[in-house]
Design a protein around this ligand. Structure first.
Ligand SMILES: Cc1ncc(COP(=O)(O)O)c(C=O)c1O
Length: 497
């Protein structure tokens, strides 16, 4: 039997208490919701608000309800309104999240066999786009900042000059901790060279309401935003915005192939209403959050044990990134004592994510909790200058290059096309014995879902030690299994059927 397969006895071995219990998931979520006083995690509605989907509005395509994949009536009108709100030539509601939008944008821009500049901090959906679209990646490294990653116009211009073969550049902005890239300069650099730009703005559907120029305003050709992350739409609801009407027909066809043929009307309703709400009160809510953050940051003396960090020169104030000596310890205190649940916890950082339904009371509670942590850990120093979400390690890093801006060429060495590697027969091998094997899956620390190993990549020494370090520090990256010889990774089997 292939070691990667689950044996039949494992499949059948369902504990008896789980076999017939009805509504287990509802029960669990209800319990979780009851424990949370303030949610600093996605989705942006924070479990509050007036959107109570009525089952009678969960429709299919009938006369009068239009069709998301061939809009000609009400859905066309809603999408026109959304395009107007976001300043796009056309907008598409996505019910498969930004994940579906990224895949569609990549396939719309890049014919099979062509190449695209892909950043080291790309979300896993980008690798799905490479695999499904037969697109060749040219990897690059954004600049590392205090708390995340940014791309400058200068870097984009240089990369585009060095790689005349690429169709364009994909940029993630804001990144997971809120760092903003130079989108206007990147778009200019791309367009001056006859190339195009895809922006993964999953974390930026609220930016224009917060007074920050978003990707549409900066000239991005393809912009994808998760309306469920910072705005109030139901989870999995996103938007695609196009700048050029020439892309519209191809995009419509691609989305109809990638997404479900039964898109949820409840989700679509929630996307429209999230945008309406942002127009109505986004400026006020995100303005208050930014003011409160600035006030808190200004009052810090620098000696705090639980320290609010400015992650980059330009960042989105809706994200509050704290640095500490022990993230897991503090997360437990935040949860047990204050009912605060963060978006992400790392060994020495905690990321709080606000959203359009974050209230002044939530922020009061967060500030009170931060003060409490500072009191009980008085004198302790947070880990300094450490980034907990670094981009993946290179396959191998020469010590002599440690202080130089890395280029990206070494990020992943593809021994096999990612799409072929995913479909190949595979086996789990101990990480310590995986050097130079071809990875058959992803290794992804969550959140935020940036792979440190991708299907098709030849596994390097530094990648192995980086993954082992993460496991050692308490992370549980997806794609790693325990074996009798320690953590194991999925590799393409030597013998293929
Ligand atoms: C940077 C980035 N891009 C894309 C995605 C995928 O977004 P969605 O969950 O809407 O599919 C995420 C999700 O966390 C993300 O962080």
């Amino acid at each position: 039997m292939n070691k990667a397969e689950v044996s039949e006895s494992e499949v059948r071995d369902v504990p008896s208490k789980n076999r017939q219990q009805p509504g287990m998931l509802r029960q669990r979520l209800t319990e979780l919701a009851a424990c949370e006083r303030a949610r600093f995690h996605m989705p942006g509605h924070k479990g509050r608000g007036t959107f109570e989907p009525e089952i009678s509005l969960d429709f299919t395509e009938v006369p009068g309800s239009d069709n998301l994949h061939a809009p000609g009536e009400i859905i066309r009108d809603v999408q026109d309104k959304l395009a107007h709100i976001y300043g796009a030539r056309s907008s598409f509601m996505l019910t498969g999240g930004t994940t579906a939008g990224i895949i569609a944008a990549m396939m719309c821009l890049c014919p099979k066999g062509s190449s695209l500049l892909v950043p080291a901090n790309a979300h896993r959906s980008v690798y799905a786009g490479l695999a499904f679209g037969g697109i060749k990646p040219v990897f690059y490294r954004p600049l590392e900042t205090e708390g995340g990653a940014v791309v400058t116009g200068e870097l984009a211009g240089r990369l585009l000059d060095e790689h005349p073969e690429v169709r364009g550049i994909l940029v993630v902005s804001p990144d997971y901790s809120g760092c903003l890239s130079e989108l206007e300069e990147i778009a200019r650099a791309a367009h001056e060279r006859g190339r195009r730009m895809i922006t993964d703005e999953a974390h930026g559907a609220h930016l224009r309401f917060a007074g920050i120029p978003d990707a549409c305003a900066c000239g991005s050709d393809f912009t994808v935003q998760s309306t469920h992350k910072t705005l109030s739409a139901l989870t999995q609801s996103s938007l695609m915005h196009l700048a050029d009407p020439a892309d519209q027909t191809r995009m419509q066809k691609l989305l109809a192939m990638i997404e479900s043929s039964s898109p949820s009307y409840l989700q679509m309703m929630s996307i429209e209403e999230a945008a309406d709400e942002a127009v109505e009160c986004g400026a006020e809510v995100f303005g208050n959050i930014a003011d409160r953050r600035a006030e808190y940051a200004a009052a810090q003396t620098g000696g705090e044990a639980f320290y609010l960090v400015d992650p980059a020169e330009r960042f989105d104030s809706s994200k509050w990134l704290f640095r500490t000596a022990d993230g897991y310890r503090d997360e437990k205190i935040l949860r047990d004592r204050f009912g605060i649940v963060p978006e992400a916890v790392y060994p020495t950082e905690i990321l709080m994510m606000t959203g359009i339904r974050t209230t002044a009371e939530d922020l009061d509670l967060l500030c009170e909790a931060a003060e409490y942590l500072n009191e009980i850990h008085a004198g302790e120093k947070p880990a300094s200058g450490q980034k907990e979400r670094p981009m993946p390690e290179d396959r191998s890093t020469g010590a002599e290059n440690a202080n130089q801006q890395k280029h990206g060429d070494e990020l992943f060495e593809l021994g096999l096309d990612p799409g072929e590697a995913v479909r190949a027969a595979s086996e789990f091998v101990p990480l310590t014995g995986a050097l130079d094997r071809i990875s058959a899956g992803f290794v992804i620390p969550y959140p935020p879902g940036i792979p440190v190993l991708i299907p098709g990549a030849r596994i390097g020494a530094d990648q192995i030690s980086a993954i082992l370090d993460r496991i050692e520090s308490g992370e549980q990256p997806q794609g790693i299994r325990e074996s009798s010889d320690g953590p194991a990774v999925e590799a393409v089997a030597a013998e293929q059927p």
